[in-house]
Design a protein around this ligand. Structure first.
Ligand code: ADP
Ligand code: MG
Ligand code: ZN
Length: 488
């Protein structure tokens, strides 16, 4: 091998590390738009049916900021651990686009409503990592163009709907981390009810910023930005494509250009759209029609009270205080409605683990089989809680509870009434149960001798026979107690 061969080999073995930052837009779920009283519920509505002179950008119209937009964005910001300064303002960001008749977006530039937060992500190997949130600011959305048969149609329903843009620090180092970050963010904004963040309805969109650098290098490489990804799948695919593309560019002796790229969902490639614009291109200046936003300490305290316990804190509490296994705790806490259902059922049953099992296995099992979610459950949390309590009290066995579950679920029935009507109550009369136990003891001298000789397992075989004799309607716990009493 010559010296030059050796050099090429070393270069080819260069390992690269991606550096990723995400800009995520979430539509704020207010009833009305950001600056007018048009409805903000625009999904699948007839084009241009939710518009007025303000959101269509007629000259001379005066916008008035929707207080709910401010409140909901602050709630999301607080849940992300952001600081909310007392003073922020709106700015005009000028650009021309046919779906933006006023010729500018009303956004925030140097004084956003909040900044400096973080999102804690959990990776597949259960390790956690903090991703910095640079800022969360508010802005209005543009209309929507549809290109068809050689012409372009514009729908202004989306025009003036409120968005939060959440910008991350370039702390993300892999596709897995990017995906976990985006999913965690979705969970948080949903938890505080600031956004429904439903991607199929266009309520959450991603812009990715990707660069690569040789492993071990401190300085960041030049980034490319890919705009408007509208699913987790395209987020992951686009990052993957960009990393590979940039490595190829660098390996073949070229330089990555700072630019804005688009994502082709069918070909699964990114393509160059335009050179990256700088702040100067937008001619930002303070929006003269909207007074600065003043957020008092009292207002922040009020909003803090409205923030529920968040998913991670809930999951930790379920594990620490209720002793649930991690998987169950995560699952229950992942969805605010599911957690609320569980907690309500638990109030009645008083049995954390059993209630978790019943919610996650039996109830979600039925719901999943019908493609439903917890909010569609026919069974109330109260009646599920009662069912678990009946098992815990020994009034019915687990087996009987499972048998009557479909009926209880369908009619949202009080399980206590069901078992009474059906005569399914456990053989509760200890006198009767004692007789059956004594009977089984008398018929199994060998097993009894084994048990008395120290074989704990032998007892199980007796319990089994008694359960058989009572057709499963005896409480195994009680049977155990009676047997031990009779055998000592
Ligand atoms: P702009 O608003 O012009 O897109 P920002 O400075 O706000 O620029 O950054 C946008 C995003 O790019 C942020 O999420 C940031 O973390 C990310 N970013 C900045 N530099 C890099 C880099 N070298 N590689 C990858 N991402 C980066
Ligand atoms: Mg950007
Ligand atoms: Zn309007």
């Amino acid at each position: 091998m010559s010296r030059s061969d050796f050099v090429i080999l070393v270069i080819n073995k260069m390992e690269y590390e991606p550096v990723i930052g995400l800009e995520i837009h979430c539509r704020i779920n207010t009833k009305t738009k950001m600056f007018c009283r048009c409805s903000n519920n625009i999904f699948n509505e007839k084009p241009n049916s939710h518009v007025c002179p303000i959101c269509m950008g007629f000259p001379g119209m005066l916008p008035l900021i929707n207080k709910e937009v401010v409140k909901k964005s602050i709630k999301a910001a607080l849940a992300l651990g952001c600081q909310v300064p007392e003073f922020s303002k709106m700015d005009r960001k000028s650009y021309f686009y046919p779906d933006l008749p006023k010729g500018f977006q009303i956004s925030q530039y140097d004084l956003p409503i909040s900044e400096k937060g973080k999102v804690t992500i959990t990776l597949p190997d259960n390790s956690t990592k903090d991703i910095g949130v640079t800022r969360l600011h508010i802005e209005d959305d543009a209309g929507k163009l549809t290109h068809r048969d050689g012409c372009s149609l514009v729908d202004f329903n989306r025009s003036g709907t409120p968005l939060m843009e959440i910008v991350s620090e370039p702390d993300i180092r892999s596709i897995e981390e990017a995906s976990a970050y985006a999913r965690q963010l979705q969970k948080v904004v949903r938890y505080v009810d600031s956004s429904d963040a439903d991607m199929e309805k266009g309520q959450m969109r991603f812009d990715i910023n990707v660069s690569i650098r040789p492993k071990g290098q401190k300085e960041f490489g030049t980034r490319a930005e890919v705009k408007n990804l509208n699913s987790f799948r395209s987020l992951e695919k686009a990052i993957d494509y960009e990393i590979k593309r940039q490595i190829e560019v660098v390996e073949s002796g070229g330089n990555v250009i700072q630019e804005t790229r688009g994502w082709d969902d069918t070909k699964e490639i990114t393509t160059s759209q335009r050179g990256k614009e700088g702040a100067a291109d937008y001619r930002y200046f303070p929006e003269p029609d909207i007074p600065p936003l003043v957020v008092t300490k009292e207002m922040i305290e009020e909003l803090k009270k409205e923030i529920p316990e968040l998913a991670d804190a809930k999951s930790n509490r379920y594990q620490d205080e209720l002793k649930l296994q991690q998987e169950h705790a995560h699952h229950l806490a992942s969805d605010a409605s599911l957690a609320a259902y569980y907690e309500k059922a638990l109030e009645i049953s008083g049995e954390p683990k059993k209630t978790a099992n019943w919610v996650l296995s039996e109830l979600l099992g039925v719901l999943k089989s019908q493609s439903l979610t917890i909010t569609d459950s026919k069974l109330s949390a109260e009646n599920l809680g009662k069912l678990v309590k009946l098992i815990e009290d020994g009034a019915i066995t687990n087996k009987i509870a499972k048998d009557i579950f479909p009926e209880v679920y369908e009619g949202d029935l009080d399980p206590e009434k069901v078992i009474e009507e059906k005569g399914l109550k456990v053989v509760g009369d200890t006198g009767e149960l004692e007789k059956i136990c004594q009977d089984v003891i008398d018929r199994n001298p060998q097993i009894v001798a084994d048990f008395k000789g120290g074989k704990e397992k032998a007892l199980g075989s007796l319990v089994g026979q008694i359960m058989g004799a009572t057709k499963g309607s005896a409480n195994p716990k009680t049977v155990n107690e009676i047997l031990r009493k009779l055998l000592t």
